[in-house]
Design a protein around this ligand. Structure first.
Ligand code: PHE
Length: 455
């Protein structure tokens, strides 16, 4: 067992790591296609509102629980109120499920990155066909190798610990990601014909706004900020009492949102410039974007740069999930860090193999209850629904109830203010949000994603 608990070496180190957790495939891969499906700028506006009202609220609640107890997700709840220990446990289970399929997508990203690096193309049967290439690739056995490589990369970093592994990796990857993303965004908005995409992204058409768009924005915000599963509370638990939580929560949410917006600028104008549709769904980055790169000068270079930054973003998120579960196993089950990380990584990788196979190589399905009732869905999609539409919102809801009502917003505020050392300017708004607004909003999302209420 660790004698002394590891801590971030500086507030900047913490901010980069927490932002590294938040910024991930959710921002760069999911956000632009959700904007595409949600009708463009109207979705973007709603999304920003949701971040302000719900996102920052839960983020701060989680960081506070972690920093106050200086414990892993399970230990934190156990210390504050034994009856709520299960919320920490739920977070650990969620972490298992998320990382198992997240790592599969991380593997796809690695494959595309290496394809660009080695000059491979996306041809099928003698012609450029990025859609069929993607379908063939994901339906085969090759993604398993990449998935395992991706998981191994996360394991290697997390083994080295909080300040020695996670913080150092983020200090390199996060600034790198930002520079690469700006590069791709500048290239994208300056393509001939990009203006249409910029308009789609910036000029809201409010007729596109409906309850479904709002629900989709809420789900996206929860996933994108990594909230509701004890990952942020674990990261907060390595933060010293000398740091300002209220400010940090705003900063992390701010960075996450800026990166999501930048990704919109990187992807949507390019898609319009190439005369393609932004409503391609989850294939947007892999199918549409690769087709765009094929048509522009030095497209191969930009392709590599894009998938490299996607890889950085995915890896920094993956290590945060792995750390969340590792902290629990090390501190509660008293298992050595190295053993814990390797074992956890292996179990998640194994589950991920089945997720990957379910994309076509084998018919592995799981039952799911969606807005349209009961159905059998491929395991990979089902695990995604399970976390995005059930486990993470339930976790976020319970965090709000716990902090707002059980532990109490007053005690949380005291932890945030540290005896008056820090100003907490938005204390009143936060209290109302954490007790009423955020839990009510999350409940709405939950009910609608199971078709209990319809819009
Ligand atoms: N927020 C990450 C993303 O946007 C995903 C994530 C979810 C990371 C949950 C940690 C915990 O990709």
């Amino acid at each position: 067992m660790d004698k002394k608990r590891d801590q971030w070496s500086s507030n900047l180190g913490f901010i980069l790591a927490a932002a590294g957790s938040a910024v991930g495939l959710g921002n760069i891969w999911k956000f632009p296609y959700k904007v595409g499906n949600g009708g463009g700028a109207a979705f973007v506006l709603v999304y920003i509102l949701v971040i302000l009202i719900l996102g920052i609220t839960v983020m701060l609640a989680e960081l506070t629980v972690g920093r106050h107890t200086q414990k892993n997700a399970v230990g934190a709840f156990r210390q504050l109120d034994k009856r709520f220990t299960f919320v920490g446990g739920l977070g650990i289970v969620t972490g298992f499920v998320v990382l198992s399929y997240y790592s599969v997508v991380g593997g796809w990203v690695m494959k595309y990155m290496f394809s660009y690096l080695t000059g491979a193309n996306f041809w099928v049967d003698g012609k450029m066909d990025t859609a069929r290439y993607f379908a063939n690739f994901t339906a085969g056995y090759e993604p398993i190798i990449w998935h395992i490589l991706f998981m191994a990369a996360a394991v290697v970093i997390v083994i080295r610990g909080v300040s020695g592994g996670i913080e150092k990796a983020n200090k390199i990857m996060m600034p790198g990601l930002l520079i690469l993303l700006v590069l791709v965004a500048v290239r994208s908005v300056t393509l001939p014909g990009a203006a249409e995409g910029v308009k789609f992204f910036l000029l809201p058409d409010f007729s596109k706004l409906n309850a479904q768009v709002i629900v989709s924005a809420m789900g996206q915000a929860t996933f994108s900020l990594s909230i509701g599963m004890g990952v942020m509370s674990t990261y907060g638990s390595y933060l010293s009492k000398n740091e300002n939580l209220a400010k940090n929560a705003v900063l992390i949410a701010g960075i996450d949102t800026v990166i999501a917006l930048l990704s919109g600028f990187a992807i949507l104008p390019a898609v319009f410039a190439a005369g393609l549709s932004p409503t391609e769904g989850s294939g947007l980055a892999f199918i549409t974007f690769t087709a765009v790169f094929d048509k522009i000068p030095f497209g191969g270079v930009f392709g590599f740069v894009f998938f490299l930054l996607l890889f950085f973003s995915a890896l920094t998120s993956a290590i945060s999930i792995l750390e969340g579960t590792t902290a629990y196993v090390v501190e509660e089950l008293h298992i050595k860090r190295k053993t814990a990380v390797v074992t956890l990584g292996s179990i998640m990788a194994a589950l991920g193999v089945f997720a990957s196979l379910s994309n076509g190589a084998m018919h592995i399905k799981m039952p799911w209850w969606g807005p349209n009732g009961f159905s059998w869905v491929p395991l990979m999609d089902g695990l995604g629904f399970l976390t995005d539409e059930l486990l993470m919102p339930v976790g976020a809801f319970l965090f709000c109830i716990f902090v707002g009502w059980v532990w109490g917003a007053k005690r949380a505020s005291a932890e945030i203010k540290q005896g008056g050392k820090f100003r907490f300017a938005y204390e009143k708004i936060w209290t109302v949000c954490v007790k009423f607004v955020a839990p009510a909003a999350i409940l709405l999302v939950l009910l609608s994603s199971f078709g209990v209420i319809r819009f």
